[in-house]
Design a protein around this ligand. Structure first.
Ligand SMILES: [Mg+2]
Length: 489
């Protein structure tokens, strides 16, 4: 899971095991000599253990990942699912990575031309290998870093601009610890006030641009307020979306930007053929979704869906009861009549989850919703709105080859999206908390029967039996049943 730098014990040296050299220093041994010997011994023991693990589970095996598979956090029986819901962007429509450099360049040029940023930042091009999804950014300290499920920064993965920040400096910046007080610094949706988490795939060009601009300002000794710089970059990226530039690029060349539309069509028509009901809830406008769906499914795509909701304004769709549904006519104009039911073949705008549940009476395990965004699609479970059988493709882009999977999962600066050395990442924790299943793309559904039941793998907790029984008791002076357990080895 390493990120380029050699693995190191993250919270002090590991204690010696039962077979380690004596810990107490003989009175005759000089302190320096004894310390060096202990250090050599511990590193030798670490290397031995590392070799053992390597022999049993070679790294190639660990990074082998079947991109066609669906992974379960919870037991889900598709036999019980009667209603399938979908997000649109990056769920029904998978976009090519070619969008990222376009977003980066357009936002960079907006910064120069409209925000009057130095012309010098135009020399930066998009580097797709720089960042990974799920990183946190400390706005005041200009630090981009990877944080684990327990709010510890993974040492060796903090960057300011494009330069790594030494571990000692990171620890110093947080008052002598690598624990980041996220509960004070970041909201539920990862939006600040002083730390932001980059959750969606759109964030990749945003993180890259932010890092390049900080790199330029630092490299040229320019005085700046970190908060202003962060806000300007975020606004410039938002302008790319708000001004509809991205919609224009996609609409202009759907062959290039929309991937595997035929598989989306196959998934939807297979579900309908098995008598399932479908709905769509997207934040995108109708005209854009309509063009994409016509491209992937054909002009009759709306016949597949029982309910279509556009410009839903997720995540507040899930929490804000006050926004009513409105109907759009065929030309996309808003109607003013009161909505008393959600009819098939009609297009609705905005609305909220509470009205949606009331009007459709779709509840509980009958419904499975697919989305790609851990905040706006998935952060519902804690709200008690329903028992949301949610699902997320967290991997970047459709992955068809093990080689690509390896590349997508392990990044030179930040390592795996899912793991730090010892722990799941913050991203992983949210994924487990808010989704029942996860997969690389919607088309993975085609690899399972429509009545399949997914079971999560039962993984051991720290106090439960591990692979090597003596690890359970490492460092413990009293191991009453080590003999009894030996046969499990
Ligand atoms: Mg989406």
């Amino acid at each position: 899971e390493g990120a380029g730098s050699p693995p190191r014990p993250s919270r002090g040296l590991p204690p010696p095991g039962p077979s380690a050299a004596p810990i107490g220093r003989p009175a005759s041994a000089p302190l320096a000599h004894w310390t060096a010997a202990l250090s050599t011994h511990l590193w030798a023991r670490y290397q031995d253990m590392r070799r053992l693990v390597h022999d049993l589970l070679p790294p190639e095996v660990c990074s082998l990942l079947n991109p066609a598979a669906i992974y379960a956090n919870n037991e889900i029986s598709l036999r019980d699912v009667e209603v399938y819901g979908f997000d649109y962007d990056y769920t029904l429509a998978q976009y090519a990575d070619a969008l990222h450099p376009e977003i980066f360049s357009a936002a960079r040029d907006i910064l120069i031309e409209q925000y009057k940023y130095p012309e010098g930042i135009r020399k930066y091009d998009y580097d797709p290998s720089f960042a990974i999804r799920g990183l946190h950014y400390d706005i005041q300290k200009s630090l981009l870093m990877k944080i684990d499920a327990f709010h510890y920064v993974q040492l060796g993965t903090a960057y300011r601009g494009l330069q790594p920040v030494p571990d000692e400096e990171v620890i110093d910046l947080y008052g002598g610890t690598q624990h980041i007080p996220l509960y004070q610094m970041s909201g539920f949706y990862g939006k600040g006030p002083s730390i932001k988490q980059f959750m969606d795939i759109f964030s990749l060009p945003e993180m890259a641009l932010l890092s390049c601009v900080v790199d330029y300002f630092l490299g040229h000794g320019l005085e700046f307020d970190q908060a202003h710089l962060y806000k300007d970059v975020t606004d410039a990226i938002r302008d790319v979306h708000v001004k509809g530039l991205m919609y224009q690029w996609i609409e202009r060349d759907m062959e290039k930007y929309i991937l595997r539309g035929d598989e989306t069509f196959a998934v939807l028509s297979r579900l309908v053929a098995h008598g399932k009901q479908l709905f769509l809830i997207t934040n995108s406008p109708f005209s854009f979704v309509d063009k994409g769906m016509r491209h992937m499914v054909g002009p009759d795509w709306r016949q597949l869906f029982d309910v279509v909701i556009v410009q839903a304004d997720k995540p507040s769709f899930f929490t804000d009861r006050r926004k009513p549904f409105r109907k759009l006519d065929e030309k996309g104009s808003l109607q003013w009549d009161r909505i008393t039911g959600l009819e098939k073949g009609k297009i609705y705008r905005q609305g909220n989850l509470f009205d949606f549940l009331r009007l459709t009476e779709w509840r509980g395990p009958r419904v499975l919703y697919f989305g790609d965004h851990l905040n706006s699609d998935l952060a519902v479970r804690g709200r008690g709105a329903r028992n949301p059988p949610l699902l997320s493709p967290p991997l970047q882009q459709p992955l068809s080859l093990p080689r690509c999977v390896t590349k997508a999962l392990f990044n030179a600066q930040f390592g795996s999206i899912f793991r730090t050395f010892h722990n799941p990442t913050y991203f992983s924790r949210r994924l487990v908390r808010f989704s029942d299943l996860y997969m690389a793309s919607l088309s993975c559904l085609l690899n399972y029967r429509v009545d399949f039941t997914f079971y999560p793998r039962r993984t051991p907790l720290q106090h439960e039996a591990p692979l090597w029984m003596d690890q359970l008791c490492t460092g413990c002076m009293k191991t009453p049943f080590l003999g009894d357990m030996a046969h499990i080895r």
